[in-house]
Design a protein around this ligand. Structure first.
Ligand code: SF4
Ligand code: FES
Length: 387
């Protein structure tokens, strides 16, 4: 069992008890480089440059520390993780120390030989992100030509090597009407799981919210489509349906609770409780180059800031759902209300909930949404647009 806290710390209950368990998963953003420019990318607006990325040796040491800490799954992500030439060296160490390794890829840079090599070195799982199953629309969303063709090819190799595959489909205004075809695509690709992930509006997605927000009617219809497909594809395809916050009544327990199960490491080595945590002022992020992972998990300022429930204000503090959703998402509370200790505005008890819903209804109702601000180095500053 992945218990890590010394008995004296557990004994005082509260926050210490909340982190008594080691994180289950760790998201490793190996790089922010990516050939695609999706306008809903979860990377920060200020992308890390290549010359600031962690070395192979540091990432390998992070894998060893993760295993010692009791982490079970490693998600190798980016940007596009396959642009790192040393991906094999990192996967090899991760597999050797017993971590379950998941490669999260856009699937346009991998070759058959490289995938085979990664599999032979111990890669366990591939998670392929798609933009749409319509070529022109996929190209418009990613600002990348012929991506879909390359993804189909990757799917073929994944099947050939008998590897488990998840399709990750971020859903928004531009592709929501294609959801039935996206689900069929996942079946054709031989995927065992699909994430129908309504966009969460942080970072680039927040910047592009007015261009991405679907209508309430579209979201309701998509939920019905998923429900029907779930029944029809029982035993073939497992569904993860990420409910869109803007049309929810209560928030999701973001990250499964702050500092509860997930660690996130940026290309430069900063260790975050969630991928968007850098948007919250006042948090101090430790770096894997300076401090051990276990110490950061237990004692890091950023991890302890919103761990458990003692930081909560009303209405969360006395709410029966406090231990269920942990007050929702700190980053969304920060982005929409200007204070990360406020209730997530996705919650119907938040005083700003009506404004939150109104923003979605107003933006999704505009017949001609604004063009995308594409995700690229410096793009957020220059409002770079490809249309
Ligand atoms: Fe969750 Fe807070 Fe809303 Fe209660 S008041 S449902 S704890 S976000
Ligand atoms: Fe940071 Fe939800 S995205 S807590």
């Amino acid at each position: 069992m992945n218990e890590i806290v010394p008995a004296d710390k557990i004994a005082d209950g509260g926050e210490a008890a909340a982190c008594a368990r080691a994180p289950i998963g760790m998201l490793c953003e190996l790089t922010h480089r990516c050939p695609l420019q999706c306008p809903y990318c979860s990377n920060p607006l200020e992308l890390d440059r290549v010359n600031t990325e962690l070395s192979t040796e540091v990432w390998q040491d992070v894998m060893r520390q993760a295993a010692d800490l009791g982490i079970l799954q490693i998600h190798l992500s980016g940007g596009e993780p396959t642009v790192r030439k040393d991906l094999e060296d990192i996967v090899e160490v991760a597999a050797k120390v017993g971590l379950y390794t998941n490669l999260i890829t856009a699937g346009v840079t991998l070759t058959r030989d490289r995938l085979k090599r990664l599999k032979d070195l111990g890669l366990d799982h591939v998670q392929l992100s798609i933009q749409d199953v319509d070529d022109a629309n996929a190209e418009k969303i990613s600002a990348y030509k012929n991506g879909l063709e390359k993804k189909r090819e990757l799917g073929k190799w994944v099947r050939e090597f008998d590897m488990p595959l998840t399709i990750n489909a971020p859903i928004h205004r531009l592709n929501i009407e294609n959801l039935p075809n996206i689900i069929e695509f996942a079946v054709e690709m031989g995927a065992g799981r699909i994430e129908v992930a309504n966009i969460q509006y942080y970072a680039w997605a927040l910047k592009n919210r007015a261009a991405l927000m679907p209508t309430r009617a579209q979201v309701m219809r998509s939920a019905e489509i998923v429900e029907e497909a779930k029944q029809r594809l029982k035993g073939i395809l497992v569904f993860d349906f990420v409910v869109p916050d803007y049309y929810a009544k209560t928030p999701k327990p973001c990250m499964g609770g702050w500092g509860k199960g997930i660690m996130n490491i940026t290309p430069q080595g900063r260790v975050l409780p969630c991928h968007a945590a850098e948007s919250i002022p006042g948090l101090e992020f430790d770096n894997v180059k300076d401090r051990r992972l276990a110490d950061i998990w237990l004692n890091g300022q950023a991890f302890n800031m919103y761990r458990g429930t003692s930081w909560m204000k009303e209405p969360c503090r006395t709410c029966p759902r406090a231990e269920i959703d942990f007050g929702g998402c700190r980053c969304q509370a920060m982005a929409f209300t200007g204070d990360a200790t406020n209730t997530d505005p996705a919650c119907k008890f938040s005083p700003l909930h009506a404004d939150f819903v109104a923003a979605a209804e107003r933006e999704s109702g505009v017949p001609n949404p604004p063009p995308f601000v594409y995700r690229r180095l410096g793009g957020a500053k220059t409002d770079a647009v490809v249309d």
